[in-house]
Ligand binder design. Structure first.
Ligand SMILES: [Zn+2]
Length: 258
């Protein structure tokens, strides 16, 4: 079974043909998807998608881009929301100093609330980080250094050092279609170094369609191409990779039934 650990199914890019996209994913062998919460005012829509489908689960959180729109967000709010709606993870959260859509102070405040909520609930923390390696690593180490945090670095594009920090904290690193992009040498170097029992794969659809679909709308079915690229890079059998990633996924996302 293939697993797409990071899909944005509520995105308007899927409004016209969401059912067909899901059928395509299942036909490609995708057996589990986690649909990601980017804003709390989208949570009801996101949950409705998960509630309607046996193989789709949801996260709860606020993307760093939107941190400024939720100035009163607390860990308590996230913890309460995480009790319902097929919630299997906290996030996505983190720091994005590439776009800086929210001031850094807001991003840090929001990130810390999510970290606290992940610790309290025992749910995995889905971390988005872009051009913020040092600060992200420091916060995760400071608040998760005792082993009380289950970390997933999603759609990884950061450096080797931050990946090693995440692995050192018992965390996982997830690779997306970016791994197939010609210029993504650094991402492939991290994928090459990753302990196989800490690897998660995803599409982050509708963004970042892998080669050979690059430039088109991405769909969960395309996660098959991410699996192929990773297997080829590491010189391992794709069926063995499927088994390994499934094992990793169910270990990390322990609320998702096998
Ligand atoms: Zn992200």
């Amino acid at each position: 079974v293939l697993i797409d650990s990071h899909v944005n199914l509520h995105h308007h890019a899927f409004d016209a043909d969401r059912a067909a996209v899901l059928a395509g994913a299942r036909a490609a062998g995708v057996g589990r998807m986690v649909t990601i919460c980017d804003r709390l005012d989208n949570l009801a829509t996101i949950r409705a998608i998960a509630e309607a489908e046996p193989d789709i689960f949801a996260s709860v959180g606020v993307h760093p881009h939107y941190a400024k729109d939720f100035p009163d967000l607390t860990a308590e709010t996230l913890i309460a929301l995480a009790r319902s709606g097929k919630t299997v993870a906290i996030g996505e959260t983190g720091l994005d100093q590439h776009y800086n859509h929210s001031p850094l102070g807001d991003q840090i405040r929001s990130f810390c609330a999510h970290i606290e909520a992940a610790r309290a609930t025992g749910l995995p923390l889905i971390v988005h980080t872009r051009e913020a390696d040092g600060l992200t690593g420091d916060l995760l180490t400071e608040m998760g250094g005792d082993g009380g945090l289950r970390i997933l670095m999603h759609c990884y594009t950061s450096g080797m050092e931050l990946a090693r920090t995440a692995w050192g904290l018992g965390g996982y690193v997830s690779f997306s279609g970016i791994m197939t992009f010609k210029n993504a040498t650094d991402v492939r170097a991290v994928a090459q170094a990753a302990p196989l029992d800490r690897v998660i794969l995803e599409t982050d659809c509708p963004y970042l369609a892998p080669v050979p679909h690059r430039g088109r709308r991405c769909e969960p079915a395309f996660v098959a191409d991410v699996y192929s690229a990773f297997a080829q890079l590491r010189g391992i059998d794709v069926d063995a990779l499927k088994r390994q990633v499934a094992e990793n996924f169910f270990r990390l996302f322990s609320k998702v039934p096998r």
